[in-house]
Unconditional design. Structure first.
Length: 349
């Protein structure tokens, strides 16, 4: 009986201990212990070495991410510039006005790096031209000459590329100018200042015009006055419409006047001029479309028919296969591209 009583008493104490709630360790105390443990670990040479290794891995991964995000031509240009900086710098001196063209195109890149990109693009253009000529079964000397012409063509294209970008940006600015002027006029009529109106346009979605207004605000934040920022914008665009707007804003700010009415009137004038030019453009396209159809459909058909008729009469091909392929695959598509380019250039801005 004594043994049974002892076992019952032992079981009762065990069950009471199991039902008793456990004492919880505060969360702050756990975090403090983990922090001390980490500090203790970092005090050891192995811990410091592990931390340095983790930092190095993070830096390498970040560098690789930035490198991969760059275009291939830019990466090749940087490699070329590292190994041939002297000759590239000497070549850069022969390009007068390149820095101004890059500034107007808002291409924030050094002249030397852009010249390196010109060389890389020209090299690939020459290689592709040589391969194309070689695949057309042309003689090796002719293929090399075509490859050289491709290199020179790529070099000339890259030299003109900043000017092309600038002209495209000017076109987009002029296209968005009436809408931005109405935007500014509505804000000015509501009592908002000219700087706040410029800021509102910069934050709006007017494409290149919003970018240029944002650059204007950056100039003003760095110490330039409103007049200097507007004049720099006018010089950069070199557009008659932009010049008219800048002169009217500066005149109204300097001598006073209802600037909101002036801007709204200019927006209406620009919109009316655009509509008139659009009507003229449609009339020109209707006339050029017949020439385009003749050059792209009728002339190739007549050429093939003429070659077949002449070959039947002469009982031999009057043109070899390579010449016919060049005419059909290069000459006629080239004429079509020229006509399309002329139509595109005549588009009203």
């Amino acid at each position: 009986m004594a043994v049974i009583d002892f076992l019952e008493d032992l079981g009762r104490k065990i069950s009471e201990g199991a039902r008793r709630p456990l004492k919880k360790v505060p969360k702050a105390q756990i975090q403090e212990r983990l922090r001390r443990l980490k500090e203790l670990q970092m005090e050891t040479p192995e811990g410091r070495l592990e931390e340095e290794r983790e930092k190095l891995v993070e830096e390498v991964l970040q560098w690789r991410k930035e490198e991969i995000s760059k275009p291939l031509s830019e990466r090749l240009a940087e490699a070329l510039l590292r190994h041939f900086r002297g000759p590239i710098s000497s070549l850069t001196q022969s390009f007068k006005g390149l820095d101004y063209d890059l500034f107007r195109a808002s291409m924030f890149i050094s002249k030397e790096k852009y010249v390196a990109q010109m060389l890389v693009v020209s090299f690939f253009a020459g290689i592709f031209a040589f391969i194309f000529a070689y695949l057309m079964y042309m003689p090796l000397e002719t293929s090399i000459l075509i490859g050289l012409l491709g290199f020179l063509g790529g070099f000339g294209y890259m030299r003109q590329y900043p000017r092309m970008v600038w002209k495209r940006r000017v076109t987009e600015v002029e296209r968005a100018l009436p809408y931005a002027l109405r935007h500014m006029a509505s804000l000015l009529s509501a009592g908002v200042g000219i700087e706040e109106a410029i800021l509102s346009v910069a934050r709006a979605d007017y494409g290149v015009l919003s970018e240029e207004f944002d650059l204007m605000l950056r100039d003003m934040r760095t110490g330039a006055s409103l007049e200097e920022a507007l004049q720099r914008f006018e010089e950069k665009m070199a557009s008659d419409k932009v010049s008219r707007v800048v002169k009217q804003i500066l005149r109204a700010v300097k001598f006073g006047g209802n600037l909101s009415d002036i801007l709204y009137k200019m927006a209406e004038d620009f919109a009316f001029e655009y509509r008139m030019r659009l009507v003229e453009y449609v009339q020109k396209v209707n006339g050029v479309s017949f020439v385009y159809m003749f050059m792209t459909i009728v002339m190739p058909t007549m050429f093939i028919v003429g070659i077949l008729a002449g070959s039947i009469m002469a009982q031999a091909l009057i043109f070899d296969i390579q010449t016919m392929a060049i005419i059909l695959l290069v000459a006629f598509p080239g004429l079509s591209l020229i006509i399309i380019n002329l139509i595109k250039k005549a588009e009203p801005r």
